[in-house]
Design a protein around this ligand. Structure first.
Ligand SMILES: [Zn+2]
Length: 109
C-alpha cells in the first residue's frame, strides 16, 4: 500500500479513535456500580443491573476496538498495514474503508 493510502487510513483510524474515546467519556456514568438500595423496587433494580451489564459490555467492546486501532498504527509503522495477518494477502481496501482496524481479509475472518 502506498504512503498516500496509509495516510488516508491513518486519518480514518484517528477519527474512529476520537469517536470511541468521546463515547467512553460520555458513558462512563452508566458503567458505575448499581446501588443495591432497597428504596428502589426489585424490578427496577434488575433493570438497572441489566442496563449496567449492557453498558459494561459496550465499554469493553469500545476498549477492545481502541486496542485494535493502536495495533493498526503499529502495523503501519512496521509496513504491515493492510496485509492479512493469516494468509499475508492484501486486504481489500473497501473492507479497510469500513473497518480500518481489521487484521484479516474477508476469507480469513
Ligand atoms: Zn487472509
Amino acid at each position: 500500500m502506498n504512503a498516500d493510502r496509509i495516510e488516508h487510513f491513518r486519518e480514518r483510524l484517528e477519527f474512529l479513535a476520537k469517536e470511541i474515546k468521546s463515547d467512553l467519556a460520555s458513558n462512563s456514568d452508566d458503567a458505575g456500580i448499581v446501588e443495591l438500595d432497597s428504596s428502589i423496587g426489585r424490578l427496577s433494580r434488575m433493570d438497572a443491573m441489566q442496563h449496567q451489564q449492557m453498558a459494561l459490555e459496550l465499554k469493553r467492546r469500545r476498549e477492545n476496538q481502541l486496542l485494535r486501532i493502536e495495533n493498526a498504527y503499529k502495523r503501519m509503522d512496521e509496513g504491515r498495514y493492510g496485509v492479512c495477518g493469516k494468509c499475508r494477502k492484501p486486504i481489500d481496501e473497501a473492507r479497510l474503508e469500513v473497518f480500518p482496524d481489521v487484521v484479516t481479509c474477508v476469507s480469513c475472518s
